[in-house]
Design a protein around this ligand. Sequence first.
Ligand code: 6PG
Length: 248
Amino acid sequence: MPSQPEIRILNTPADLFQAAANEFAKLASDAVSRRGRFCVALSGGSTPKTLYALLATMPSIPWDKVCFFWGDERHVSPDSPESNYSMANEALLSKLPVHPANVFRVHAEEKDADAAARAYEQAIRTFFDLPAGELPRFDLILLGTGPEGHTASLFPGSSALEEKTRLVVANWVDKFHTFRITFTFPVLNQAACVMFLVSGADKAPIVHEVLENPRADLPAQKVRPIDGRLIWMLDRPAASALLQSRAS
Ligand code: 6PG
């Protein structure tokens, strides 16, 4: 039974990113002490860049035991300014003692987006040593949401929303007239912890819709870990349209 979202409202963006970094560090430490590794799927876009830069200043995180994946990737080469891998590498990975074998980027330079998605799915199945039909359980999946309620690259009206068996698909996104490679809901909802990170007043309307309008039917609303934590980390501007006052 999915648990209720933990909604944390921080006064400023700086407080938001610090709280998210602290949560990341705690989850990493717990996972490494229990299972010897921490498997995290990073999100893209602009919001997490500040978090990644902050994480890069935290040597107490057991970085050599962290395995990095991406919840979605644009259909571009890794050196493209559009690449989620490139952003995370520049802000975080290039600054850490991370073994390249622990970094699992999407090979989105592959011209055939479906082939890139299938290859990534296979890499995940191999890493988690998954029997057929089983789902990977990430210790943490970081997500954001766009102004229309997408998350990862699961956009309203896109075919990937209905995917029930594949782990990773190439999803045609009309809004950008391009494919994106994305985790599917079964993977997101298998995670031990999903943490949305949302900052800024421009996101306030969608945050209200996602968290307070059950009839909105938005992709970000369909992220409800079956047996895991769901954390919405918001700064006060992003939370400013929430009707109920919520303790942070
Ligand atoms: C991407 C992300 C995407 C992002 C939202 C929010 O590839 O862009 O995975 O889902 O989280 O679009 O993006 P911003 O943080 O830039 O607002």
